[in-house]
Ligand binder design. Structure first.
Ligand code: AMP
Ligand code: ZN
Length: 464
C-alpha cells in the first residue's frame, strides 16, 4: 500500500506525495525549554520519530527541522501573561539563558534515551531574531499588521479563510467577544512583536518598532521558511497547536507567500495522566521519574506504540508495567532465536508486506505491534523471525536486535533449577517454591515447560 497520512487541514486521510521526488521537508514544533519535558511532550516527539521512520522505509530522504522555543511563548495563548522563559528563570533561580541551555540539553538526553532520531537542523528562536523581524516587516508592507501600545499585531480580519485549519467560527468568535480584547482589535488577532514596556526582561532586542521580543508563532514561520522554503511537505505538532499556534503560522505564510506553509498538517493526540491533562506547570511526570522507578525508557516507547497517534492515551503505572513485561518477553524471545539460528535468512515476504501495509495506513502502529506478536508466536524458523523482526524494528525503534542480552546463566542457578525439577517430580511443592525464590533472588526466573524448565532473566518490577 502506498503511504497514506491523515491531514488535519483537509480532515482526511490522503495519499502522500512529496513536492520533490524522494525528498521530504518536515518541520516539527519543538519544546519550550523552561522546564523538563514531560512524558506527554515526549509522546508527540515519539510520534514524529515514527513518522520519520515510516517515511524512510518508503525510501524518502528527510530534511527535518525542529525549533527550540527559548523566547516568546507566553503563559496564555491570548498573548497575555508572562513569557514562560522568564517565569521559569524565576522558579529555578537561574537566568533565562541558562535554563534554556539546561533544559534543551535535558530534552535531547530524553530523545536519545527513547531512541528518537535527531532532527537534521535544530533552530533556536533567539538565534533567528533578524529573520523574524524581516518576516514581520514584509507583513507590515502588505498591510496585515497594526501597532498598539503593547506590540505589533496580525490583523486576522484581513483573511477570509483565517482559522480554516481549526474550522474556527471566526464570525461567531468576533461577535461574542468584547470590542477591546486586551490590546487587540479582534479576538483572533495575535502578537508578532511584543514591547518590553516597563517590564524588566532578560531576553529583549531592538526592532524597528521598539525594544521587545518576538511572538511565539512568528518564530516557526520564519525558521521553517529559512530552512525549508515557503512551502514544504509536512508540518507536525501536538493537537493543542491546531486552534492557535498552527492556525497563526498558516495565517502568516498565507499573508507573506500565499501558501499553506505545508502540504500536510499532522497532529499527535495527547497523553493523559489519570484522564487529566499533563502540563509542565501542573500535573506532570518526566521520563527521569519513570527511570527512577526502574523502567527502561524503551518500555515507555513500547507503551506509546500501543495507541494510534490520533487517539488519546492514558498513562498508568499498570500500563507501563505491561509494556515493560511485553518488551522483556520480546527481548527474551530474540535471545532464544539468536541461540537457535545458524545462518542468516531473508525476512518473511508476507509478514514484511503486511507490516508495510499497516504502517503505511496512517501509521497503524498498534496493528504493527499485534503483527509483531503474531510473528513471534508463529512457527517460522528462528532466523526468519529474527530477520523479519529486524525489518520491523526499523520503525518500532525498540533496539530489539542490539539490546538483546545473551543470557549467561550461572552454574549455581542451573543447579537450583535442577533441584527444583526434582522436587516437583517428587511433588515437594513447598521446597519447589523455596527454590524458585532462591532463583529469583539470584536475578533469574524459572518457567515450567513440557520438557522440564526454562530459565530467563527476571521480570522487571516497577517500584511504587
Ligand atoms: P511545549 O514544550 O509546551 O512547547 O510542547 C512541546 C510539544 O508537546 C508540543 O508539540 C505540544 O503540542 C506537545 N504536548 C504538550 N502536552 C502534551 C501531552 N499531554 N501529550 C502529547 N503532546 C503534548
Ligand atoms: Zn511551531
Amino acid at each position: 500500500m502506498e503511504l497514506q497520512l491523515f491531514d488535519t487541514y483537509q480532515r482526511e486521510v490522503r495519499a502522500f506525495e512529496s513536492i520533490e521526488n524522494n525528498q521530504v521537508g518536515l518541520y516539527s514544533c519543538g519544546p519550550t525549554v523552561y522546564d523538563f519535558a514531560h512524558i506527554g511532550n515526549l509522546r508527540t516527539y515519539l510520534f514524529v520519530d515514527l513518522l520519520k521512520r515510516v517515511l524512510a522505509l518508503n525510501g524518502y530522504d528527510i530534511r527535518h527541522v525542529m525549533n527550540i522555543t527559548d523566547v516568546g511563548h507566553l503563559v496564555s495563548d491570548a498573548d497575555d501573561g508572562e513569557d514562560k522563559m522568564e517565569k521559569g528563570a524565576r522558579k529555578h533561580k537561574e537566568s533565562a539563558w541558562d535554563i534554556a541551555k539546561r533544559f534543551e540539553a535535558a530534552f535531547f538526553d530524553d530523545l536519545e534515551r527513547l531512541n528518537i532520531l535527531k532532527p537534521t537542523i535544530v533552530s533556536r528562536a533567539t538565534e533567528h531574531i533578524q529573520e523574524q523581524i524581516d518576516f514581520i516587516l514584509s507583513l507590515e508592507e502588505k498591510g496585515f499588521t497594526y501597532i498598539t501600545d503593547d506590540g505589533v499585531y496580525f490583523d486576522t480580519s484581513r483573511q477570509d479563510n483565517y482559522g480554516f485549519l481549526a474550522r474556527l467560527d471566526k464570525e461567531g468568535l468576533m461577535a461574542g467577544a468584547r470590542v477591546e480584547v486586551n490590546h487587540k482589535r479582534h479576538i483572533t488577532d495575535f502578537a508578532l512583536w511584543k514591547f518590553s514596556g516597563d517590564t524588566e526582561r532578560q531576553m529583549e532586542w531592538e526592532s524597528p518598532w521598539g525594544k521587545g521580543f518576538p511572538g511565539w508563532h512568528i518564530e516557526c514561520s520564519a525558521m521553517a521558511e529559512k530552512y525549508l522554503g515557503p512551502l514544504f511537505d509536512i508540518h507536525v505538532g501536538g493537537e493543542d497547536h491546531i486552534s492557535v499556534h498552527h492556525t497563526n503560522e498558516i495565517a502568516q505564510s498565507q499573508a507573506r507567500h500565499n501558501t499553506n506553509m505545508a502540504n500536510y498538517w499532522m497532529h499527535g493526540y495527547f497523553l493523559q495522566l489519570d484522564k487529566e491533562k499533563i502540563s509542565k506547570s501542573g500535573k506532570s511526570l518526566t521520563l527521569e521519574q519513570l527511570i527512577q522507578k526502574g523502567a527502561d525508557p524503551l518500555s515507555y516507547r513500547y507503551l506509546t506504540l500501543t495507541a494510534h497517534y490520533r487517539s488519546h492515551l492514558n498513562f498508568s503505572w499498570q500500563s507501563l508495567q505491561s509494556a515493560t513485561n511485553a518488551l522483556t518477553r520480546l527481548r527474551g524471545l530474540v535471545s532464544e532465536w539468536k541461540r537457535g539460528s545458524k545462518e542468516d535468512k531473508l525476512p518473511h515476504a508476507e509478514y514484511q508486506q503486511r507490516f508495510y501495509d499497516l504502517i503505511n495506513d496512517d501509521l497503524n502502529l498498534p496493528g504493527a505491534l499485534a503483527l509483531t506478536w503474531e510473528l513471534a508466536q508463529s512457527d517460522l524458523e528462528s532466523n526468519v523471525k529474527l530477520s523479519t523482526l529486524s525489518y520491523f524494528d526499523q520503525v518500532l525503534g525498540l533496539n530489539l536486535m542490539e539490546s538483546t542480552i545473551e543470557l549467561d546463566i550461572p552454574q549455581e542457578v542451573i543447579e537450583l533449577a535442577e533441584k527444583r525439577l526434582l522436587a516437583r517430580k517428587n511433588k515437594q511443592w513447598s521446597l519447589s517454591d523455596e527454590l524458585r525464590d532462591e532463583i529469583e533472588s539470584a536475578g533469574f526466573q524459572v518457567e515450567d515447560t513440557r520438557e522440564g524448565y526454562k530459565i530467563k532473566s527476571k521480570k522487571v518490577e516497577l517500584g511504587e
